[in-house]
Design a protein around this ligand. Structure first.
Ligand code: SF4
Ligand code: SF4
Length: 202
């Protein structure tokens, strides 16, 4: 999904074209895009859709990440999900703990520590499985549904709290559901606390 005007080039990497969901073009996560060529690279590159031309994984953005963190080399896509709220470290189904390997884990810890006080969490994910990194003990969130909102706190003592909130039911109006979430968060002394919806498309 190579965009224009970024400090780095994708080079031989096209991992996001398989690993990530892109609902705008009907692409599911962990499924090769129909436009991905057998020999690699996008088959419609000059006319690729905006969701692709505008995408930058964190490695493409820079962030002091070394070359070894290019997604095809480390097997993890650092995805700036819900910008300003959450960094996803998206692993392949065949290697769900790729995020624990060197040099990836060291880089994830660096990103975690750099963003902690801003309330930006680092979440390794694989399929529906999700973790939250914390200095004083990572949280295993287990299976997280594609539309499951996650409420989380990054605390100043280095601990984290996370909770899966109920999925919006089909017969519940979205606004009413959002209002119930807002009330729930307000009741928790919301200073410095944030929440976001799970990223993957169904
Ligand atoms: S359209 Fe091209 S750039 Fe976009 S996901 Fe498919 S192969 Fe990748
Ligand atoms: S995962 Fe990053 S480096 Fe790889 S193709 Fe996508 S944007 Fe480029």
């Amino acid at each position: 999904m190579e965009p224009k005007n970024s400090p780095r080039k994708c080079g031989g990497c096209d991992v996001c074209c398989t690993r990530l969901a892109a609902p705008e073009i009907g692409k599911r996560a962990d499924t090769p895009c129909i436009h991905l060529r057998r020999q690699g690279g996008c088959g419609i590159y000059p006319i690729r859709p905006p969701v692709c031309s505008g995408y930058l994984c964190l490695w493409r953005q820079g962030h002091g990440l070394p070359h070894a963190m290019r997604p095809d080399l480390c097997n993890v896509v650092l995805n700036p999900d819900l910008p300003g709220k959450r960094i996803l470290a998206v692993c392949p189904p065949a290697n769900p703990t790729a995020w624990r390997r060197r040099p990836t884990l060291r880089q994830l810890i660096r990103l975690r520590d750099r963003n902690w006080s801003e309330g930006v969490g680092v979440f390794p994910t694989c399929g529906a499985r999700m973790w939250l990194l914390a200095p004083r003990g990572d949280l295993d969130l287990g299976e997280v549904g594609a539309r499951t909102p996650i409420y989380f706190e990054l605390r100043s003592d280095g601990t984290a709290y996370a909770e899966k909130l109920p999925d919006p039911a089909e017969d519940v109006r979205i606004e009413a559901y959002a209002e119930s979430l807002r009330a729930r968060l307000a009741a928790r002394n919301a200073a410095g606390m944030i929440w976001g919806e799970a990223p993957r498309a169904a």
